[in-house]
Design a protein around this ligand. Structure first.
Ligand SMILES: Nc1nc2c(ncn2[C@@H]2O[C@H](COP(=O)(O)OP(=O)(O)OP(=O)(O)O)[C@@H](O)[C@H]2O)c(=O)[nH]1
Ligand SMILES: [Mg+2]
Length: 352
């Protein structure tokens, strides 16, 4: 059996972390699995794919376009993995993306009839988003939060390590009441909780191939997408002295970006700050909102001299604003740490 599942869900909900945990778990327990990171940035080796590869997983990426619009490229990639013995392949779509149920599942079924077995269309949501949906405080991004969940055959309430059992039960109850056509599971990609249940749901379940009306391209869609932008910066840094702390450096950049975005009243749903050194040690910091704790997703194991840095993420603000805020933070913090920078690439684009 060769199964394929799309993992959707808002920025920072944990798609990449869950795909990584699942790929590892599934390969150990059930058979070869692989993951595809789908990103809109131009070029190769964006942060999610680089992270998965640094972590030693069977992983690749499709960049430049949403997999919604490159069905042929996706089909070819899937066939390569299946020819290599994979029994499960998962791919995300960009975190502000909707419409993949129609464009990817129906696209594959229509263009490649009978070739791919589609697992339940899977959507991640974190407790904080459920809380905002429940209280009606999700504002301009309501369309994206809600529509992603309406596409789901399988909803994964992720980050359950952060909430109590009572909160988990309340969130699951609310999700089941409001999105009754989906199966709902609670997991923690960080601790690995729920990976067997998720494996079984993907192995045994099937895509419903429902066609919910999600108002694709309509006013609400355009208003929400018009807020979003993508940013990408890659550079190499040479360190002046032996006691350079890569984790502290990434954290300081994230703090500066967070402070600037908080001051302007805009929002930055996810900025990934990933750096690695030639021997393979790497560190990652995640900024997942202007009023949330900055996460050290992985600290560097030791001090380093030369690092490659990749900052990649999404803002709910104009693209030029995001670019200005992040590059100013990088320049200021790099100066404090006396780093010599060689910038390879900067890119920002609005989604409107
Ligand atoms: N506590 C906790 N943190 C998690 C969990 N899953 C993911 N995270 C953290 O949440 C942050 C965002 O996770 P990602 O997997 O990068 O989120 P994503 O959905 O892929 O984000 P985009 O690529 O921007 O769409 C990272 O710092 C993760 O370590 C979880 O189960 N528990
Ligand atoms: Mg991701």
């Amino acid at each position: 059996m060769k199964k394929f599942a799309v993992f959707s869900g808002f920025l920072g909900s944990g798609k990449t972390t869950t795909m990584m945990a699942l790929t590892k778990y599934f390969t150990e327990k059930h058979g070869k699995a692989a993951m595809i990171s789908n990103d809109l940035g131009h070029g190769v080796n964006l942060a999610d794919n680089r992270l998965a590869q640094l972590s030693g997983l069977r992983a690749s990426e499709i960049t430049d376009d949403c997999i919604c619009y490159v069905n042929e490229q996706l089909a070819q990639r899937l066939n390569e993995y299946y020819d290599d013995g994979c029994v499960l392949v998962v791919s995300d779509i960009p975190g502000f993306g909707v419409g993949a149920l129609e464009h990817v599942y129906h696209g594959l079924a229509e263009k490649f009839p009978g070739q791919f077995t589609l697992a339940p269309f899977t959507v991640l949501v974190e407790p904080r988003t459920v809380e905002m949906l429940r209280s009606g405080t999700d504002g301009d991004l309501h369309y994206l939060y809600d529509t992603q969940l309406r596409e789901a055959d399988l909803i994964l309430l992720n980050k359950c390590d952060l909430i109590s059992q009572a909160q988990r039960a309340a969130d699951l109850g609310w999700l089941r009441e409001h999105y009754p056509l989906a199966e709902t599971l609670s997991i923690s990609a960080l601790t690995g909780e729920g990976m067997e249940e998720l494996s079984q749901a993907l192995l045994k379940g099937e895509a419903s191939m429902r066609r919910p009306d999600i108002g694709y391209g309509g006013r609400e869609f355009r208003a929400a997408m018009g807020k979003m932008c993508e940013f990408y910066l890659q550079y190499h840094a040479v360190v002046c002295c032996d006691d350079f702390d890569g984790t502290a450096y990434l954290l300081d950049i994230a703090r500066k970006v967070q402070a600037a975005i908080a001051e302007s009243g805009e929002e930055i749903p996810h900025l990934k700050l990933l750096a690695w050194e030639p021997e393979g040690d790497f560190g990652k910091v995640d900024l997942i909102g202007k009023d949330r704790d900055i996460l050290v997703t992985r600290p560097f194991a030791k001090r380093c001299r030369d690092i490659a840095v990749l900052l990649n993420g999404s803002g709910a603000c104009p693209a030029e604003r995001m670019e200005k805020v992040v590059t100013e933070a990088v320049n200021a913090v790099s100066e404090e740490y006396k780093l010599e920078l060689m910038i390879f690439k900067t890119e920002s684009m609005g989604m409107g």
